[in-house]
Design a protein around this ligand. Sequence first.
Ligand code: HEM
Length: 383
Amino acid sequence: MFSSERTDPYSPPIEHLQLQAESPVARLDWPGRGEIWTVTKHEDVRTMLVDTRFSSDREDPRHPAHVAYNPATHHGQLIEMDPPVHTTLRGRIMNEFTVKRIAAMRPKIEQVVTEAIDAMLASGNEGDLVALLALPVPSLVISDLLKVPDEDHVFFQEHSAKFSGEGTQEERIAAITAIRSYIAGMVDERIATPGDDILSRQLAAGSTREEVIGLGFLLLIAGHETTANQIALSIMTLLDKPELMQQLRDDISLVPNAVEELLRYFTIAESGGLRLALADIEVHGVTIPEGATVWALENTANRDPDVFPDPHKIDFTRGARNHVAFGFGPHQCLGQNVARLELVVVLEEVIKRLPDLRLTVPVSELTFKNMGNFGPHKLPVAW
Ligand code: HEM
């Protein structure tokens, strides 16, 4: 029987690790949803994710994450498309996310993080690190990327926090609707008066209004809660395991490696590897039938002992860059260099500026969001 629920924040579900050891390609009952095929070895996950016969097309009613299209509320997004449309749209946007372009964002990211920590220090000496730092930083970075005017940052941040953070389903839907119509308004402005920004450049390259709205919205949702969760989990780990924090204090140049290792360790984008088989496809000697729901379990692949020796140990000296926390193949995370830079700057600044930062409740008492993006609801800290 399949369940994707983690019971220990530091580990993939034990059953998934067992599958990897005993049955790397498995067919299981998925309660309430029929059956599911799981793929758990690192090599097989990569093989599967580059093969576009494993479809991401959520317009196909057989897709496990099928969304009923309603043009009034839904604009197709890269992440839920297959070639050839995906290839064309991704080809147009790739250039915006090169390592060089993203490295140029460093001063802005430093400013955002510095100001968030300044506000935290000014607010007292304890609070929730998710609300104070983890959620605002990626929201402000994406606002900058999309050139959201300064006066709208508060609106953008409040609404994106509502749909990425805690809150009722109604609040989430209201926030999504508000952001979606805000982005549609931005795109209409760019159609009327093109500027020097990502959205205008996509329009100039031939993308339609609907495609650009879908892109703007995807950049926001794909880059907000994910990065916020990874920031929160990374800081939680350093506070919970003081020997790791000390290692970074002793040698701050290890931070980029630590970021990579923590991405591997937590692999927070839980449903990233969900696909629909469009043909009978053999993986690891097993034929997965056409029409099957298939899940490349990236979290488990990132603990594959054949690729990461002693995989359950957090080791900042390990070269973990071949992890699949950002996926693999044509849909591999477009914003991975943005996320890496945010994580590096946040950890460096927290280490330098918050020497007394500590958890005020043990990790065992924290509650976590499961299914979708993994991360703590709250991270109560004092400083
Ligand atoms: C720690 C932070 C992040 C994690 C773990 C993460 C993870 C992922 C994963 C696993 C995928 C592949 C999904 C699939 O195969 O279907 C993905 C796709 C994507 N991510 Fe990220 N992401 C992060 C941050 C970001 C940021 C900051 C941005 C934007 C600024 C972003 C934009 C995107 C986009 C646009 C896609 C879709 C690409 C495509 O389908 O061609 N992500 N991400």
